[in-house]
Design a protein around this ligand. Structure first.
Ligand SMILES: [Zn+2]
Ligand SMILES: [Zn+2]
Length: 219
């Protein structure tokens, strides 16, 4: 059954899963924006997914994953994140997501199990996002913007929705804004919507729009 899902449907499943997990409303316009397609395309794909029993549509709150859809979505997420770890052995951190995105659809259940074993059952992807079932691991990490000037933090997570932007990931990697790095919050300018960090002696300014995707804990 799982092997019959197309890459497009698997992409929709993982986005729906992330939005549901975060309690974000699932609306067609938002899906279109995230997936970079037109709203009519989204409507058509959602219709097919409803027909195939992967999602159901609530008149008020919109599409949601059925039990079958949720299981399939979790499998795609796992295959994606395990592929990222595999690729990290040969690629830059900022390139693992996009490459994993193209190979995740061809990872069989057998390879998934082998990867899980070989990678020693990771709970997080290289960007700090939880594998399905490990949401509790990230629950106490706070959005970067909830800290104050002078705080020293450990960067823990760059959210899945930011992973989709390769230029952003390359920028973060170049400036060491990556899980495990210690950062000093040098300056927060609300009127400018910027936060400036110092990591390994290097100073980096992020806009709030980017900082919202980054989670940390007090060092
Ligand atoms: Zn990813
Ligand atoms: Zn990742």
């Amino acid at each position: 059954m799982e092997s019959k899902l197309t890459p497009t449907v698997e992409d929709y499943l993982s986005i729906l899963w992330v939005l549901e997990r975060d309690g974000e409303p699932v609306v067609g316009a938002r899906l279109a924006e995230i997936l970079g397609v037109t709203p009519p395309t989204v409507t058509n794909t959602l219709k097919r997914m409803t027909r195939d029993g992967l999602i159901a549509v609530d008149d008020k709150s919109g599409p949601y994953l059925t039990e079958q859809g949720r299981r399939a979505a979790q499998s795609v997420m796992r295959r994606h994140m395990l592929s990222e770890w595999l690729l990290l052995r040969m690629l830059d951190w900022s390139k693992t997501h996009s490459q994993a995105h193209s190979i995740e659809h061809t990872v069989s259940a057998e390879l998934e199990a082998a990867l899980q074993n070989n990678l020693e059952n990771p709970q997080l992807c290289p960007h700090g996002n939880p594998l399905p079932g490990f949401e509790h691991v990230v629950a106490n990490w706070q959005p970067l913007l909830s800290f104050m000037t002078g705080d020293r933090v450990i960067i823990r997570r760059v959210h899945e929705l930011a992973e989709q932007n390769p230029e952003l990931l390359a920028f973060l990697e170049e400036h060491q804004v990556m899980p495990g790095k210690t950062a000093l919050i040098v300056e927060i300018l609300p009127f400018n919507e910027t936060i400036t960090l110092q990591i390994e002696g290097q100073s980096t300014t992020l806009g709030y729009a980017v900082a919202r995707y980054i989670f940390a804990e007090a060092a």
